[in-house]
Design a protein around this ligand. Structure first.
Ligand code: ZN
Ligand code: ZN
Length: 345
């Protein structure tokens, strides 16, 4: 575990969080003719606010998910309930200046590693480099044949790869996923870090995993380092339970997504859903529902359509079933209903 708040960094890293420890490890492996995997889960769309000295991240007081920095108009906004607050310039915990964090891209990382290790053969694997049918397969074949020294990429490289000559795995920034505006952000981070850690040391030479983070005490990171699902669950489950903002598995969840080429039309459709839900909740469901939003989806625009969502929670699954059925009877093409959504992005 490398604490990005305090660990010495190499000079000239061009915005890449690149510490001396990871640098030494990569250089060592390359020097011995071994291979390196670097994971960077790029999620550049959500900029969050973090204190570089204590690591505190601003989150929504009602939803306990990270607030997103918006430029026009300047504000911190919750993508679940629509809560807004001014962008603070100092940390609420330690008083130091805050910093806007935006996920670094794999392309930027590739560029940096190429400059840093000019003799290394580097392959990048992400959605952009694997869009053709066999690209994915070809990259992995080159790694297996020893024609690649550094394989870097997104979550695609975390699962299932078995290369005995990989002795160093680096998670360049474990926090990009940790502060996604999604209640499963910690769960996904845990899975990803635990999975990619399993890519190191599959051969007789063994291996080491370097996880760079500003939250080394976070339970997702600690449990991943310990490779323990049980440890993760013990800490995560109470955080999703009342009196905190409740999330599955304690409550059921339904998401209504309104998408339209016209931004106003998407917003208005979501507002109509929210109003309809509030009415149904009061008149027929005895207040069994908690309605959040409408708010813009964390991915605000997808395939040319603006997206807004409304989230509905209930501890009583039947209430959700009734809502979904009732909506089905009056459904409109603009709005899609997702029961037990896997993602809220
Ligand atoms: Zn602070
Ligand atoms: Zn909120």
């Amino acid at each position: 575990m490398i604490d990005l708040r305090t660990a010495p960094r190499v000079a000239d890293a061009r915005g890449v969080p690149w510490t001396e420890s990871l640098d030494d490890a990569v250089r060592g492996a390359l020097g011995r003719g071994e291979q390196v995997i670097l994971l960077l889960n790029r999620r550049g769309f959500a900029t969050y606010l973090q204190c570089p000295s204590c690591g505190d991240v601003r989150d929504c007081p009602q939803c306990a998910i990270a607030l997103t920095v918006h430029q026009t108009p300047p504000a911190l906004r919750c993508h679940y309930c629509g809560h807004e607050e001014p962008i603070p310039t100092t940390c609420r915990v330690c008083g130091k200046a805050t910093q806007r964090m935006r996920g670094l891209g794999t392309q930027q990382l590739e560029h940096f590693t190429a400059l840093r290790f000019p003799e290394a053969r580097i392959a990048r694997m992400d959605l952009d480099t694997t869009s053709t049918k066999w690209a994915h397969h070809r990259i992995l074949e080159r790694v297996a044949q020893g024609k690649v020294d550094i394989l870097l990429g997104t979550q695609m490289i975390a699962k299932g790869l078995d290369f005995p000559n990989v002795t160093v795995v680096g998670v360049v920034d474990a926090d990009t996923g940790l502060h996604l505006p999604d209640f499963r952000a910690a769960e996904r981070t845990f899975q990803l870090v635990a999975q990619v850690a399993g890519r190191a040391g599959r051969g007789p030479k063994g291996g080491r995993v370097y996880v760079q983070t500003r939250a080394p005490e976070h339970h997702a990171i600690r449990a991943a380092a310990a490779h323990s699902v049980a440890e993760f669950a013990v800490h995560e489950l109470p955080l999703r339970a009342p009196p905190n903002p409740s999330y599955p598995p304690w409550v059921g969840l339904v998401r209504f997504v309104a998408a339209h080429e016209d931004a106003i039309a998407a917003q208005e459709a979501a507002e109509r859903v929210a109003a309809w839900l509030a009415r149904a909740n009061a008149e027929r469901l005895g207040g069994a529902l908690t309605v959040l939003g409408p708010a813009p989806c964390p991915i605000e625009r997808l395939k040319g359509r603006w997206r807004w969502h409304v989230l509905v929670k209930a501890s009583e699954p039947r209430a959700l079933g009734r809502v979904v059925r009732a909506w089905g009877a009056r459904a409109r093409a603009v709005v899609v209903v997702d029961r037990d959504p896997v993602t809220l992005l």
